[in-house]
Ligand binder design. Structure first.
Ligand code: 13P
Length: 246
């Protein structure tokens, strides 16, 4: 399966910084063997769309409204994202679940909106440190994925899944390749129970992935790519992760 390396810029960047970063990423794409995307803040979609036009770098968003259209001040709909050439959209990132109280059901609806607009949702699941310490990791990620399966039915094979342990995000603490593989395997089995096409779902790992730990993580049988935060803001770091993903 072709791997996917997606950068999540989070709330970082400026017109100037974005232009320099994308230019550096596109300097030489000839050796890329995986799919590569950057998920940018919504106000920069038009800028980055123009910068990546005709290149091998795909455009992604970081969130989408659960509603189709109408009186939802500040929200951005899936069809608006589609207008700007968005191919992927992160949904249910732990920062949205935590700071914006997004429930499993809301996240599942967001994925449904994205799919209906022809955008691939990158669905994030993951446990907190307290949940891991209490032995609840599998229960938590299974519950998060179950909501997705319940709402999206057989379309579940069209998503990208991302396992992002909350305790590993932005902390410099990465799940070991074995820890990550164990959870990815659980998620794979759950997908297989829901769809006969489950084996084409890419399951990304996210959480302090960087140039030095990416190789061992990406070598695991059920790790099909990465969702990269901090290291996606530095062209050299991001490119060396891309080079590792074969
Ligand atoms: P870091 O790579 O900065 O830990 O962030 C991971 C993440 O949240 C990607 O969505």
């Amino acid at each position: 399966m072709k791997k996917l390396i997606a950068g999540n810029w989070k709330m970082n960047g400026s017109l100037e910084v974005n232009a320099a970063l994308v230019q550096a990423l596109l300097a030489d794409t000839s050796a890329w063997t995986c799919d590569v995307a950057v998920c940018v803040p919504p106000v920069y979609l038009a800028q980055v769309q123009a910068l990546v036009q005709g290149s091998r770098l795909d455009l992604g968003a970081q969130d989408v409204s659960a509603h189709q259209e109408g009186a939802f001040t500040g929200e951005v709909s899936a069809s608006m994202l589609k207008d700007f050439g968005v191919r992927y959209c992160i949904v249910g990132h732990s920062e949205r679940r935590q700071y914006h109280q997004e429930s499993d059901a809301t996240v599942a609806l967001k994925a449904q909106r994205a799919l209906a607009a022809g955008i691939t949702p990158i669905v994030c699941v993951g446990e907190t440190l307290a949940q891991r310490d209490a032995g609840l990791t599998e229960e938590v990620v299974k519950r998060q994925l179950a909501a997705m399966v319940h709402t999206n039915g057989h379309c579940i094979s069209e998503i990208v899944l991302a396992y992002e342990p909350v305790w590993a995000i932005g902390t410099g603490k990465t799940a070991s390749p074995q820890q990550a593989q164990q959870v990815h395997h659980v998620l794979r089995r759950q997908l297989q129970a829901a769809s006969q096409h489950a084996d084409r779902v890419r399951i990304l790992y996210g959480g302090s992935m960087n140039a030095s730990n990416a190789g061992a993580l990406l070598a695991q049988p059920d790790i099909d790519g990465g969702l990269i935060g901090g290291a996606a803001l530095k062209a050299l770091d991001f490119l060396s992760i891309v080079a590792t993903a074969r």
